[in-house]
Every structure is written in structure tokens, then in C-alpha cells.
Design a protein around this ligand. Structure first.
Ligand SMILES: *Cc1c(COP(=O)(O)O)cnc(C)c1O
Length: 459
């Protein structure tokens, strides 16, 4: 039996006997029937029915140790766990909620869309409008096709490039991440070009046999067997690594020379580095672009955009099959439209200034605490490298980061009430909700956290 009650404007759906929890001081907005829930209890209970207790492996804290907090709710720059602890959030759904959590415009758009039906299995004007908005702002995108995740976007882009060129081989770069697509989950050796080996159990050799993994920031010599080169134009899954001068336009030239399709994976950088993405910032035009994260305003979405001639190779016009029951979903596209509507050029200028400001405050905080760390900034993207190491330009460099030191800093920050991503290779996501006051607060807490992580904190 489900009874509804309202607490502070939030609808509470008790799954247990409300009498049992009454008076227990429970503040959860979703009652799970455990009385006052603790993170540990709920995580253990989750782990019984969900492998590892998580639905995306990074969330499990495996690389930093400890157990994750379970989020009860979030607003702007802040999240609250089920125990009521408040954190300043630098994860921001790995960049998907650039405007901050529960932004009123997005919440309103989602609510309005949901009231009109949650999925139809027929085209809608919102999909048209979102495609027009993307095509308008991203120069290389004459057409756009929607799907439900960045993973689907990259797998569709690879299929499309292969179908368009009639070739099989794909080139990717060490340390770039393109989601959980078999052909793109290839392990690379260190520092040299390698033929793909499965990067995880469950991927057959055959799935990566046509995948080449080469070092980032070096233009590989291609030949006429290559269907596409897929690249993160700014690498944001090995910390934040900038493309070196000549790299992206070198890829463009090399692809043109052999007739390969150049794919920019802008799942993170799209509508984060600026209205036109990394391709506008670096003035290099890819043939195809993959999107996700920001374009869904925090709802599940993915997209492939590109030159009409290539895009029209997709079914139903062309021979490359693509379909999706929930693709172009009315709620996701409504949220995306609301987000993109608010993301004009001024927002990015502000975000760039904030990323730079936070970088320098964090650098000072760590330096004065005797905790060596760098905070590389590329536009609006901010990364962290722990230890006395050079600013990375490739995966070998990125791997010099002191992962144990990151884990100490991560936990010290969490204790101070700042939630960073539980992995040393994730970006620090600065968004519109991180006002100057919030950034100052982060820096102040980081100063104490760095002292704890360095072992120099007064005891
Ligand atoms: C997050 C990400 C993906 C995968 O997107 P999902 O929506 O998580 O499937 C692909 N490429 C890049 C560059 C990403 O950062």
C-alpha cells in the first residue's frame, strides 16, 4: 500500500509503516522503511540487490576507499546525503548539471513535459527544436540524431563512420574515454601505438580487433583502412589534458588525406567549453560530434551530429541502422532545451573565470599546506594532479598523479563537506551554481583538507 504525505513541499512515498518511523526523527524524502537511515546501512542493503551497490562503477569509491554517501536530494551547488549531511558538490553528475542541481527552469520544463506524457514512440517538436539549437551553435552539425546516453552516441558514431566509409578500423587515444562501448573499450599499452586488446572482461578480441590505441597529443600516420579517428578534443577523463598546438588540426589534415571520418567526442566538452564546444575553441571542424551530459540538462540523453552527407547514411535514409524506444524522449529534450536556453556566451565567460579562480585558490591552499598538487585549467574545465609532477599532456603523464594522495585529499575534503569525484582521473566540475562565495568556501575547506592530506594539520 502506498500512502502519500507531503513534507516541506516534497511528496513522500512511504514504503514502510509510517507509524514505525514516526517520532524517529527521520528526515529522508524517500522513505525506505529503515527508520532513520544511515549511508552504510543503505549502501549495504543496495549491495544485496545491485552489484557493488552502484549503477556506474566509479561511484563505488573503489579507487579512493571507503563507502559512498547516498544522496537524498540536491539543490544548486549543494547535495545532502540520507543522514542529512550537506556537501558542496563538485561532481555535478560528472558535468551533466552545468546549471546546478534542481535548477528551477529545468525542474519546470521537466514537470510540464511529464504532464504531457513521458514517451510516445512518435516524433515531437521538442526534438526538432533541440536539434535546431545544436545545429545552430555547433558549426559542424548540419543534422543531429538523438539517443539516450553518451555511450550510445559513441557506438552509433563508430557504426556510422564504418558504414559511410565501408572501412572497419577505428583509431582512439590512450586515456580518452568514450563510454561503455565494446569497440571503444580497448586497453592501450604504454606510450606507443597498440592494436586493441580487450580493456575489460566480456569484450571479445574480435570486438576490438579493428581498434587502434595511440598516444594522445601525437598525430598518428593513418592509411586507407581507417574508418574514423575518435578523440576527446580536450581530454577530461584522465584529469584535464589540453590538446597541444597542432594536434587537432593535424588530425583533421591526416583524416582528410586518407578519407577517414574525424569524430570529436564532445560528451563532456559540448556546451561546457563554450556554446560551440571544443571545435569552436580550437577552430577545427570534425565530421561527426558526439554529445551527452549537458545537452540533457541532467536527464538521460546522447546525440550524434555532423555533416548532412554522413548523417544521411543513417536509417531510414541510409543503410546504417539506428533505433531507440526512448530516443528523443520528451522529458530529456525538454530539460535539454531549458538548459541550452540559459547557456549563452556570458555564462561561459563567467565559468572560465571561476574555473581559473578556483584553480589558483586550490593551488595556494595546497601549496601552503605542503600538499603538492596542480590544478590544470582548460577553458571552463578544471583538473587535479597530485604530487610533484609535470602538467600532463598524455596518459603516461596523467598516470604520474599520486593516486594515494588524491584519495587522502578526497576523504579530507569529504570530511570538510566538499564532494569531489571518487577517482583521481575525474574533472572538478565548476558550474553556474558555484558562485564566488561558494568558491571561497571550497578554498577555505580545501586549505584544512590539504593539511590533513599532507599530514601537516595541527592535531
Ligand atoms: C561520459 C562520457 C561518455 C559516456 O557517456 P554516458 O552518458 O555516461 O554513456 C562518453 N564520452 C565521454 C568523453 C564522456 O565523458
Amino acid at each position: 500500500m502506498v500512502r502519500r504525505a507531503s513534507r516541506g513541499g516534497v511528496v513522500v512515498i512511504p514504503l514502510c509503516d509510517p507509524e514505525r518511523c514516526a517520532g524517529a526523527g527521520c528526515t529522508a524524502t524517500v522513505c525506505v522503511g529503515a527508520g532513520v537511515p544511515s549511508n552504510d546501512e543503505l549502501f549495504e542493503r543496495s549491495a544485496v540487490v545491485i552489484p557493488g551497490g552502484v549503477n556506474s562503477s566509479i561511484r563505488a569509491f573503489k579507487s579512493v576507499g571507503g563507502r559512498p554517501y547516498l544522496v537524498a536530494r540536491a539543490e544548486g551547488a549543494r547535495i545532502w546525503d540520507v543522514e542529512g549531511s550537506e556537501y558542496i558538490d563538485l561532481v555535478q553528475s560528472y558535468g551533466a548539471v552545468i546549471l546546478g542541481h534542481a535548477h528551477p527552469a529545468i525542474t519546470a520544463a521537466v514537470t510540464e513535459a511529464a504532464a504531457g506524457g513521458t514517451s510516445y514512440g512518435a516524433p515531437t517538436p521538442r526534438e526538432m527544436k533541440l536539434a535546431e539549437t545544436i545545429a545552430d551553435r555547433v558549426r559542424s552539425c548540419e543534422q543531429v540524431r538523438f539517443m539516450n546516453s553518451g555511450t550510445e552516441a559513441t557506438s552509433t558514431a563508430v557504426r556510422l563512420a564504418r558504414g559511410y566509409t565501408g572501412r572497419d578500423r577505428v583509431v582512439i587515444f590512450h586515456g580518452n574515454f568514450h563510454g561503455a562501448t565494446d569497440a571503444l573499450l580497448a586497453a592501450g599499452g604504454s606510450g606507443v601505438a597498440t592494436l586493441g586488446l580487450p580493456g575489460t572482461a566480456g569484450v571479445p578480441n574480435g570486438a576490438v580487433a579493428e581498434t587502434m590505441v595511440v598516444p594522445y597529443n601525437v598525430v598518428p600516420a593513418l592509411d586507407e583502412t581507417i574508418a574514423c579517428v575518435m578523440v576527446e578534443p580536450v581530454a577530461a577523463n584522465m584529469g584535464v589534458v589540453a590538446p597541444q598546438p597542432g594536434f587537432l588540426d593535424g588530425l583533421r589534415r591526416e583524416c582528410d588525406r586518407v578519407g577517414a571520418v574525424l569524430v570529436f567526442d564532445e560528451v563532456i566538452t559540448g556546451f561546457r567549453l563554450g556554446e560551440g564546444g571544443a571545435q569552436a575553441k580550437y577552430d577545427v571542424t570534425p565530421d561527426l560530434t558526439t554529445f551527452g551530459k549537458v545537452i540533457g540538462g541532467g536527464l538521460p540523453i546522447g546525440a550524434v551530429g555532423g555533416r548532412r552527407e554522413i548523417m544521411e547514411t543513417l536509417s531510414p535514409l541510409g543503410p546504417v541502422f539506428h533505433a531507440g524506444t526512448l530516443s528523443g524522449n520528451p522529458i530529456a529534450t525538454a530539460a535539454g532545451l531549458a538548459a541550452l536556453d540559459l547557456l549563452d556566451g556570458d555564462v561561459y565567460i563567467e565559468l572560465m573565470a571561476r574555473a581559473r579562480h578556483l584553480s589558483s585558490l586550490l593551488r595556494d591552499a595546497c601549496a601552503s599546506a605542503g600538499f603538492p598538487a596542480r590544478f590544470p585549467v582548460v577553458g571552463t574545465l578544471l583538473g587535479m594532479v597530485c604530487g610533484d609532477v609535470a602538467t600532463p599532456i598524455d596518459f603516461d603523464g596523467a598516470k604520474q598523479t599520486d593516486e594515494a594522495a588524491y584519495a587522502r585529499f578526497f576523504h579530507a575534503m569529504l570530511d570538510e563537506g566538499v564532494a569531489m569525484a571518487p577517482g583521481a582521473y575525474e574533472a572538478i566540475f565548476v558550474g553556474a551554481a558555484h558562485t564566488d562565495a561558494v568558491i571561497d568556501e571550497i578554498a577555505e575547506r580545501a586549505h584544512r583538507a590539504a593539511a590533513v592530506a599532507a599530514g601537516t594539520a595541527p592535531t
